[in-house]
Structure formats: C-alpha cells, structure tokens
Design a protein around this ligand. Structure first.
Ligand code: PBG
Length: 333
C-alpha cells in the first residue's frame, strides 16, 4: 500500500479541470477593471507613434473619439487623458495648464459630447506645461515650490471640472493639494466631481517612456522628482500619504508604479479598505513589449497574468496601456 492512498488533502483535485479551476478562482479580471491612459495631440487627424512604447499612439481628439468608442465597445469604462503640449505653449508659470481651450479641456468637452457614458479622468500636474518638465513651479534654485504650485493646480482642476471631467487625478505629489482642490470644487458647485489621488506616487525610473510620450523628458534633462515623489525604499510613508489624501477628501487613491509596488496596493486595501487603483506605468509596458517582440514571453498570456496580479493584490482598477488589447483578449477567451 502506498502512502498516497491516505492523502486527505490533494490540492491538485481542484486543479484538474477548467470547470473546477474557474469555480474556485479567487479573483477575476474584467474589462471594467481597466482604465485606458491616452496621449492627446492638438489639431485634427494627427497620429504619432511613441518610439519607447511600441504599439502606443498619440492621437488628436477626433481620432481619440474613435478609439474611445472602440474601447467602450470592448467594455472599457474609463479613460485617463494626458495632453501632449507643444513646446511653445510651455512656460515657467505653466499657465497653459488652466487654459479653457487647451488640449485636455478641449478633449474633455469633445469626448463628453460624443461618448458621455465613458468616465474621463484628467491628470492634474504641471509637468506637461512647464518649460523645465517639473510638476510644479520652481524657485531660483530649481526647487519645486509647494504652496505656489497648489494655487495653479486648483485652477487646473477647476478648468477640467468646467469642461465636464468626471474625475480629476492630481499626480503632482504636492502637500495639501487634495484638500485645496476639494474645497475649490465644492465652492464652485462641482460637488459631483470625484478626486482620484495619486496618493502613493514614487520617484520612479519606470516613467521614462511616458516622459518621451508627453515630451517632458528632454526638458527634465536627467533631473529627477525626488524632492516631491516618494522614495522607493518606503512603505509606511505610503500609508501616511494615502491616509492624508483620504482625510483631505480623496474619493479614490492610486499607487504608482504598479507591479514593483503591489505590496503597497495590498497594504492600502487591507489597512484602509478604500477604492484602490494602481498604474501599470509606461516602463512596465515597454519592458513587457520588448520581451514579447523578442519572442521571450507569450504576449497574450503575460498581459492577462500581469493584470490579474493587480486584482490579487487588491486593486479595484488598473491603469494600463494594454487596456484595449486586454479587453479584447478577455472577450475572446
Ligand atoms: C505626471 C505623470 C507622470 C506619469 C503620470 N502622470 C510622469 C512623472 O511623474 O514623471 C507617469 C505615467 C507612466 O509612466 O506611464 N505627473
């Protein structure tokens, strides 16, 4: 008689068939979990590829409307908008950030008119609009000034709300900006405009391709954002950042980057139990695609596995450049 006859727990029993596996699956990825980040160009009928993000294109608003409709058909319910500001519109005071007729504000109005059911998330930060590529206004030493920057962020958030955005997403990491923006929105009557705070945003080297995509890489010239974004060494600090943003009025919070920071996603969900989002950032996208294009990883399987990992870590939604492709894969599974 073999020892195995008496094995009471055989973990493999529940793995034998597809039917059993789906029955006991603890997490599920759906298209509604996916938030699609898009780069918006000025003008019309404009389309540009982003060299460091193969497969990602910057689109003018008219083409973006088409892409948004396709994404909606696939079950995607939200877009995150990132304007690509022409260099001549950038300045030290970042005033293009709150121009009612700038790219983001125009895209919000157009998309809301054409596809009102799609939730729009707008980035609130000054890096696409400053001549130096930092997320805020700088003093004579190049230090990003907190309170002066928050004043501009308020104007930027209000201009997005006026254009009809559903969710403003401050990604700048200034102190006190969530409370200041919430107050301003309430005072102006935008009580339904939600705030998704980039609450735990790390000073990460994984943002490189994004800075190429929005054209802030050349401006920042090897500089970094370590005086305002978080140190990758820290985890408790992230809980404090998130708790502060919630106290100040954030409706949802985000952890960024994504895969290297899933421990923070899990802590946020377990300890604070709030709507938690994570951003699979440009560098994560680029490194996946590089491996796919070399034939080193299976594209379809790895895309879905990488996104399911966010669900397992506790994320309620994932910003990912793979959104349409993943939604397509989910539909055809
Ligand atoms: C700007 C912003 C960045 C990203 C989103 N909003 C870049 C940065 O902080 O330098 C990065 C997104 C990505 O890498 O995909 N505040």
């Amino acid at each position: 008689m073999s020892y195995s006859q008496y094995l009471p727990r055989r973990m493999r029993r529940l793995r034998r068939t597809e039917g059993l596996r789906v029955m006991v699956a603890e997490n599920q990825l759906t298209a509604a979990d996916l938030i699609y980040p898009v780069f918006v160009l000025p003008g019309s009928n404009q389309r540009e590829s982003v060299p460091s993000m193969p497969g990602v294109e910057r689109l003018s608003t008219d083409l973006l409307v088409e892409a948004a409709k396709e994404a909606y058909e696939l079950g995607i319910r939200s877009l995150a908008l990132f304007p690509v500001t022409p260099i001549e519109k950038k300045s030290l005071c970042a005033s293009e950030a709150f121009n009612a007729d700038a790219i983001a504000q125009t895209a919000i109005r157009t998309l809301k008119a054409e596809l009102p059911e799609m939730m729009l998330i707008s980035d609130v930060a000054l890096d696409p609009f400053t001549s130096h590529g930092q997320d805020g206004l700088i003093d004579e030493y190049g230090y990003v000034m907190n309170d002066e920057t928050v004043e501009i962020l308020i104007k930027q958030a209000l201009s997005h709300a006026e254009a009809g955005v559903d969710i403003v997403a401050p990604s700048d990491m200034m102190d006190g900006r969530i409370g200041a923006i919430r107050d301003a929105l309430e005072e102006a009557g935008f009580v339904h405009t939600c705030i998704m705070a980039y609450a735990a945003k790390y000073a990460s080297a994984y943002y490189g391709p994004f800075r190429d995509a929005v054209g802030s890489a050349a401006n920042i010239k090897g500089g970094n954002k370590k005086t305002y974004q978080m140190d990758p060494a820290n985890s408790d600090e992230a809980m404090t950042e998130i708790a502060l943003d919630l106290e100040e009025g954030a409706d949802m919070v985000m952890v960024k980057p994504g895969m290297p920071y899933l421990d923070i996603v899990r802590r946020c969900k377990s300890e604070l139990a709030v709507p938690t989002f994570a951003y699979q950032v440009s560098g994560e996208y680029a490194m996946h695609v590089a491996a796919f294009d070399n034939g080193w990883l299976n594209r379809e399987q790895v895309i879905l596995e990488s996104l399911l990992a966010f669900k397992r870590a506790g994320a309620d939604g994932i910003l990912t450049y793979f959104a349409p492709e993943a939604a397509h894969l989910l539909q055809n599974r």
